[in-house]
Ligand binder design. Structure first.
Ligand code: SF4
Ligand code: MG
Length: 327
């Protein structure tokens, strides 16, 4: 149908080297069997604590990292099978906006040069065509003509993130992975950047994967939301279902930490769950359900059997024995 990117059982394992021979003594299973799709024009939010594998998943989806296993089908082409040289023509259709707009911009380049650079590298447009596009993109992200010859240090964090967004969008990608693009910004600036990204999506027909560590950040921009824990999706649903009828204890815990506005006569009483303890090491995850060391509902089956992602109602899927158990 309308699927732009289809991820099938993708794994990314990083070897752990040890001993004097620096042999592989184990693996960090950063991404451990992820299946998802994103439709054209849709935004899928991905939420998880740092160490959950969400950034690694993003990099594997763009083939900035090679998957250990699995398929990444973008517009009908399986990227996981391509050599680096064969990926190049697909690159400009898939861009990434990173968290840190400070580290990712060359301070010796003016804003117009920074925004023009991806066009020079990735297209064959003439100088005049490039200049025209740069001007129009600068306006789209909220800069004035006078700003063209300024340098990154003359701008605030929010403005630098606008430059990064312009650099990602200038090559007219179809798919953009936004890796915590507002996490480093003041709360007051976050909403501006999120609104800008939403407007640009509508105007340019973009498809987003939006990565965040906090469910409140992805709430407004996402159509569907996936929650990751130690390399796996534990719950994925349409936004409304995930926020109003969360099923997985981890999702409930993440939602419990968001201050909620009182809604009169809301029939769904929200159960507050406090998240205790730290994320276990991804190199040595608990047996069975990886969340069991922090789950208030864990029972015997949780330590012996890994719950698989199971479809409940409609698009709502959850990986938890509370919903799959026959007992
Ligand atoms: Fe908790 Fe068990 Fe469900 Fe895991 S499978 S989330 S430990 S109840
Ligand atoms: Mg990250």
């Amino acid at each position: 149908d309308n699927v732009l990117i289809d991820v099938k059982d993708v794994k990314k394992y990083f070897p752990i080297k040890g001993g004097i021979l620096k042999r592989t003594i184990g693996h960090v299973k950063a991404v451990d069997g992820i299946t998802l799709h994103i439709s054209k024009g849709e935004t899928l939010g991905i939420v998880g604590e740092s160490g959950s594998g969400k950034s690694t998943l993003g990099r594997v989806m763009l083939r900035l990292l090679n998957p250990t296993e699995g398929k990444i089908i973008f517009n009908g082409t399986d990227l996981s099978k391509l050599r680096q040289r064969e990926i190049r023509p697909h690159r400009r259709h898939m861009q990434m906006v990173f968290q840190d707009p400070f580290g990712s911009l060359n301070s010796k380049m003016s804003i117009s040069e920074l925004i023009e650079e991806p066009l020079r590298v990735q297209t064959k447009l003439s100088h005049a065509e490039r200049k025209k596009k740069v001007l129009s993109m600068m306006e789209k992200v909220g800069f004035q003509k006078e700003d063209l010859q300024k340098y990154p240090h003359e701008f605030s964090g929010g403005q630098r993130q606008r430059i990064s967004i312009a650099r990602a969008l200038i090559v007219e990608p179809e798919f953009v992975i936004c890796d915590e693009p507002v996490s480093a910004l003041d709360v007051s600036i976050q909403a501006q950047i999120l609104n800008l990204m939403k407007d640009l999506q509508d105007e340019l027909g973009l498809t987003y994967l939006f990565i965040a560590h906090d469910l409140s950040v992805v709430k407004h921009i996402s159509d569907r939301v996936a929650v990751m824990y130690l390399g796996r999706i534990v719950e994925i649903a349409d936004k409304k279902d995930l926020y109003e009828q969360p099923l997985h204890p981890y999702t409930k815990a993440l939602l419990s930490s968001i201050p909620t506005v009182k809604t009169n006569g809301n029939p769904t009483k929200k159960q507050k769950i406090k998240l205790s303890g730290d994320l276990p090491s991804p190199s040595n995850p608990p047996s069975g359900c990886a969340f069991r060391t922090r789950c208030p509902f864990a029972y015997s089956k949780c330590s012996t059997e890994r719950p698989e992602l199971t479809r409940m109602q409609g698009n709502h899927q959850v990986a938890c024995h509370l919903y799959t158990s026959e007992e």
